[in-house]
Design a protein around this ligand. Structure first.
Ligand SMILES: [Zn+2]
Length: 262
């Protein structure tokens, strides 16, 4: 999909951005199999579905320094699931097993958008911000129930930052979700911000009588998800703990684990 003379989005999950046919942002997912020659390969962050481009021959291969944990499989696992072990059917997002090496400096404007991961960054090319996983399409958000934010509160700040800087830009592109014109993308951003507020109130309600982080996740997911998978509870517990760390008035240890109360 052409956005302008210089900019093209290759739809996928993630959507991949191509600038002047030589700068590629977030090659991964099904797009990883495309025969794309690029001088510059940029990843917004270290998650396995965003870094396939860093394995390509190119002059520049760039990943934000706070996400250097992504250079090894063990690092990627620890920062995704919160732990690692040899092999387990729980690691369903292990798309890439290789070690990664980086080279060169990117020539584009980097916008720090932490929260999803420590180093998560957006890139501005051709007056468009590629915002990666700073926010998500409505259906993606509702499907996972919890947006993956290692630091939920910092992620909300990053969304506010996008709202500000987008005023001077032609458009914002996200990795997982539709590609629309700017007005609609700003509505999606607003939806994400409102959803974040809603999630905080659901969490507060879930710990009225005390609950562990995993119990909070299951209680909230049960509202809309029929078949809840262990991997999704593990991933969602990360965001839940980040929310709980600010929301809980009382935290105790009981037989079932760490119990949070509002
Ligand atoms: Zn991600």
């Amino acid at each position: 999909m052409k956005l302008s003379k210089d900019l093209e989005v290759l739809p996928g999950s993630p959507n991949t951005l191509v600038y002047q046919g030589r700068v590629v942002v977030d090659l991964g997912g099904k797009n990883a199999s495309l025969n794309l020659e690029a001088e510059v390969q940029l990843a917004t962050h270290g998650h396995m579905d965003h870094i396939a481009g860093l394995l390509r021959e190119s002059k520049v291969r760039y990943l934000p320094r706070e996400d250097m944990w992504a250079l090894s499989l063990l690092g990627r696992r620890v920062m995704t699931y919160g732990f690692s072990s040899k092999d387990s059917p729980l690691f369903t997002y292990d798309l890439l097993k290789e070690e990664i090496s980086l080279s060169g400096d990117p020539e584009v404007e980097i916008v720090k958008l932490p929260g999803h991961t420590p180093g998560h960054s957006g890139y501005i090319v051709g007056n468009v911000l590629y915002a990666g996983d700073a926010f998500f399409g409505n259906r993606v958000l509702e499907g996972f129930v919890f947006p993956f934010y290692a630091d939920f509160w910092t992620a909300v700040e990053s969304m506010q930052k996008i709202k500000e800087i987008a005023k001077g830009l032609d458009n914002v592109v996200i990795a997982h979700g539709p590609v629309y014109e700017k007005k609609k993308m700003m509505e999606i951003l607003e939806y994400n911000l409102n959803y974040a507020d809603k999630l905080v109130s659901w969490v507060r309600e879930a710990i009225r009588d005390g609950a562990t982080a995993e119990e909070v996740v299951v209680k909230i997911m049960e509202k809309t998800v029929k078949d809840i998978k262990p991997t999704n509870v593990i991933l969602n517990s990360i965001t839940a703990k980040s929310i709980l760390s600010q929301v809980a008035k009382e935290v105790t240890v009981e037989d079932k684990g760490v119990v949070y109360r509002s």
